[in-house]
Design a protein around this ligand. Sequence first.
Ligand SMILES: Nc1ncnc2c1ncn2[C@@H]1O[C@H](COP(=O)(O)OP(=O)(O)OP(=O)(O)O)[C@@H](O)[C@H]1O
Length: 452
Amino acid sequence: MTMNTILIAAVIAGGLALLRWLRPAWFWLCLGLPLAAARVLIRYGSVMEACGLTVPPSRMRLAVARATRTEVPSSRVPRIIRLTPTRTGLVLRIKMRPGQDAFDFIASSDRLRHSFKMQGVTGREVKAGVVELRMTGYDVLKRVQMPAKTETKTLRIPVSLREDGAIHYRDYREVPHSLNIGATQSGKSVYQRRLVSELAPQPVALVGIDCKNGVELAPLARRFSALACNPDDALGLLDGLLDRMEVIYEIIRREQRISSDVPDAEITADIWGLPEHLQPTPVVLLVDEVAELALFASKKEEKRRDAIVTALVRLAQLGRAAGIYVEICGQRFGADLGNGITLLRSQLTGRVSHRVNDEASARMVFGDISPDAMGATVQIPTDRPGTAVAAESSGGWVLTRTPYTTLRQAVNTCNRHADLTPELPELADWRPDLRISLVKTAPADELMSRAA
Ligand SMILES: Nc1ncnc2c1ncn2[C@@H]1O[C@H](COP(=O)(O)OP(=O)(O)OP(=O)(O)O)[C@@H](O)[C@H]1O
């Protein structure tokens, strides 16, 4: 080999390594995909056999072999129905042999991952007798890039990327209320920013309660119909939302006009069945740092706290039909926050948990759903903020990561869509004040010494 050849080979290898590091998605599409597809197809039979995913030959074939004195037939390998390449990996559909179960494949996913040299393998049953293995070719959660094409519609937004490369949607009509918890610096606020940025272009009213004095939501105020930055305002705002809910129930009741000769299809029990001109704007209520609403230091504050928790429980129980959806965010959300919290939690079907530091916190989100999910939540590494375990509507759970959205990007999105902000008359008193304070802020230490 000449020196030139060695040099060219070294440059190509270096270039590929750089491409793999900088643009893993491009590297996958250019080189990884054809190699991986060939590897899966060539090794398929032997891998299935090595992973114990074959079944013995049928009695008929054994009998024929005995009768004809031919060689004993080998074990039967499940048949490949389809191998589909995707932006992030491969999807393998397999027709299972009699006696096999999707669980056999799901339990072998780690062995399959190693055998096919893929980053991750997850399995699910598609229909009776058919299992789908989704394989990722590289670590898609390392640098999250959402696909350009998404199936977004009103109140169904792409919020994060799943570890199998698919999009995780937050669908408010399917799962009306949700809980999002995580330790400090785990990525809750970025997740919330993403929700706001995706909802901003839609015909939806955003209402916020941010007891961190509004530091997270106030910059996004131009797209918010109402905002409360302390527990007193929060109570007033929640009462306003309850009033709105009552009015909407009245409208639905009036429109039902039930009599024995009205066909079923014309009777509605929520806002989505109302004629378009009567349909109220759906409201998404975002509550940041919920524990601040549940804590109290005096008798007066305890009364306020009870009223707030009761209002939240009522909204979570009855809000869906009136088009009011609740998204609660906090570091912990358990019985230690007092009466009514577990009742409220039981109404929050959607569960997302960013990294938490102890199993007790993980149990507050997934204790009643899946012990595996609890373990996965505690194991999220600290150098991967934004990674979360999310419950699926089908009952399982999945590891996801939100694309990083800066506060500046979220503010720009909200400002761009400020004209879509609906006026909610019941919440007029909590409409954010958009006037900019031009008073020069004194240094923090000076302010504190003045206060002392
Ligand atoms: N999806 C993400 N991708 C990359 N980095 C992220 C992501 N989400 C969060 N981070 C990083 O983690 C930091 C903390 O995120 P964030 O403020 O959302 O955490 P938090 O859980 O709200 O913390 P706290 O409870 O203390 O407010 C961010 O400043 C950002 O640098």
